[in-house]
Design a binder for this molecule. Structure first.
Ligand SMILES: Cc1cc2nc3c(=O)[nH]c(=O)nc-3n(C[C@H](O)[C@H](O)[C@H](O)COP(=O)(O)OP(=O)(O)OC[C@H]3O[C@@H](n4cnc5c(N)ncnc54)[C@H](O)[C@@H]3O)c2cc1C
Length: 426
């Protein structure tokens, strides 16, 4: 008689084929672990599951043919890098080295029946699971800022998902005359990549300084403080004196409305007119998280900090930007770390073993200029039902440091990107 492990393993390859075949054939197959979303979180998780238990049936659902990475996309906007350096195909997923196949289904998940443990796909078919991992990233909240919707983003790009929007913002900056005003609006917390807007401001400032030196950059911020603030501000003073103006919440930085026709950003303290307006709107967990019933009234998904299982639906785990549960920032590094911890927990749970307590690390590099990097690091562990920061375990780059240290950090940033993308997609 075949073992349970062998049975589950035998099902691995058949799950994807069955989904593409007739529904009645598919209905007879046994379920395994389904991962929805092939970003830094989901693709890492699918691979980690296979590494941890080669006999586990793992299916990854991702509609796009290639992944476009946000880290380093600010360098594309500043003309320092091509979009192709951000693009990663899923070609390797069908045949992942000695650990065996991950079944890759190129469809969008459109619904989850949590009771029957089935995921519905955009072609009308559905597929069963023992455990489901949701990793859909963020959706932009086009209902949150009056005047700003999908049509407005064609005029005032958000560029907060990499791809066409990244190129649009780059092209608008390139077309802007010298002496123009660039405005970047930043939403309140939480949002994808806390230091991202300030890295973007830095690299746009580098572009303006070198190509359009009479121009100005205004950051309208819905907050009074931001990640790596002292490091960013010191670097702006040194590299871009007088070029960047940061307007915090208390000085009228919160944008309450926009008018794309005139590129006007309205705040409680007055109106600002931009030549190029980069509006980063509030965000929430991707749509599938809402329809699966794992997002709460905040729009994000509360999770158990040991297993990443949803607090709202059993047997569904949420990782990456879509999840909330403590101090961990929404970064690719965090997404990758959470994916591995979640995979270990899921691999234990499907074998009816007790999951171990994880410890997770995040490091976030930001480029302030080419060859000038700064970073922040943190360590997180479950405490009081949340992922809490381990006191004294992290920190930022030194405030006072020679250029050689900033150069090293810029090189580490490049190495980190190469390493993580080859681990996840290569
Ligand atoms: C400008 C910018 C710079 C950044 N720089 C850094 C950095 O330097 N370092 C860092 O660590 N992080 C950085 N980040 C943050 C990082 O990009 C995100 O934290 C990370 O991408 C989150 O990974 P994720 O897998 O949760 O979501 P995503 O990367 O968004 O992946 C989600 C995936 O799910 C798929 N998906 C969505 N819905 C469905 C569905 N219904 N069915 C199937 N598939 C679906 C999508 O197609 C996508 O492939 C940056 C972000 C921005 C915007």
């Amino acid at each position: 008689m075949p073992s349970r492990r062998a049975l589950i393993g035998g099902v691995a390859a058949s799950v994807a084929a069955a989904v593409l075949a007739a529904p009645e054939v598919r209905a007879q197959t046994q379920p395994g672990v389904i991962v929805v979303g092939g970003g830094f979180a989901g693709a890492s998780c699918a691979r980690a599951l296979k590494r941890m238990d080669r006999d586990l049936a793992v299916t990854l659902i991702e509609p796009e043919a290639a992944y476009l990475a946000c880290p380093f996309s600010n360098a594309v906007i500043a003309g320092l890098r091509g979009i192709e350096a951000q693009t990663f195909s899923y070609d390797q997923f069908g045949s992942y080295d000695r650990f065996g196949d991950i079944a890759l289904i190129r469809k969008r998940a459109v619904g989850v029946d949590a009771e029957r443990r089935r995921v519905r796909l955009d072609d009308g078919t559905d597929i069963g699971y023992t455990r489901l991992v949701l990793a859909p990233g963020v959706d932009l909240r086009f209902d949150a800022l009056p005047g700003y919707d999908e049509a407005a983003s064609a005029i005032m790009p958000h560029a907060w998902k990499a791809g066409a929007q990244t190129l649009l913002l780059r092209d608008q900056l390139a077309a802007m005359p010298d002496g123009g005003v660039v405005i970047l609006s930043v939403p309140p917390n939480p949002f994808r990549c806390p230091p991202g807007p300030y890295e973007r401001a830095s690299l746009i400032a580098h572009y303006l300084k070198t190509s359009k030196p009479r121009s100005k950059l205004i950051i309208l911020d819905a907050k009074d403080a931001f990640s790596k603030q002292r490091l960013f501000e010191a670097a702006w003073q040194e590299l871009y004196p007088g070029l960047i103006e940061w307007v915090p919440l208390s000085s009228g930085g919160r944008v309450t409305e926009v008018d794309p026709a005139t590129r006007t950003l309205v705040t409680e303290f007055g109106n600002h007119q931009a030549d190029v307006a980069n509006v980063i709107p509030p965000q929430r967990a991707g749509a599938i998280a809402q329809s699966a019933g794992v997002a709460d009234q905040t729009g994000w998904c509360p999770i158990d900090p040991v297993t990443f299982e949803s607090r709202l639906q059993p047997a569904i785990h949420v990782i990456g930007d879509a999840a909330i549960g403590g101090a961990m920032p929404k970064s690719a590094f965090s997404a990758n770390a959470q994916a591995k911890a979640c995979a270990a927990a899921v691999a234990a749970l499907v074998r009816e073993r007790r999951p171990a307590q994880p410890k997770l690390i995040n490091t976030c590099y930001s480029l302030v200029a080419p060859g000038y990097g700064i970073s922040i690091a943190g360590v997180y562990q479950p405490r009081d039902g949340l992922l809490a920061e381990v006191e004294g375990a992290g920190g930022t780059s030194p405030l006072e440091a020679p250029l050689s240290v900033r150069e090293l950090e810029a090189a580490y940033a490049q190495d980190w990107f190469r390493t993580i993308t080859s681990e996840v997609f290569g």
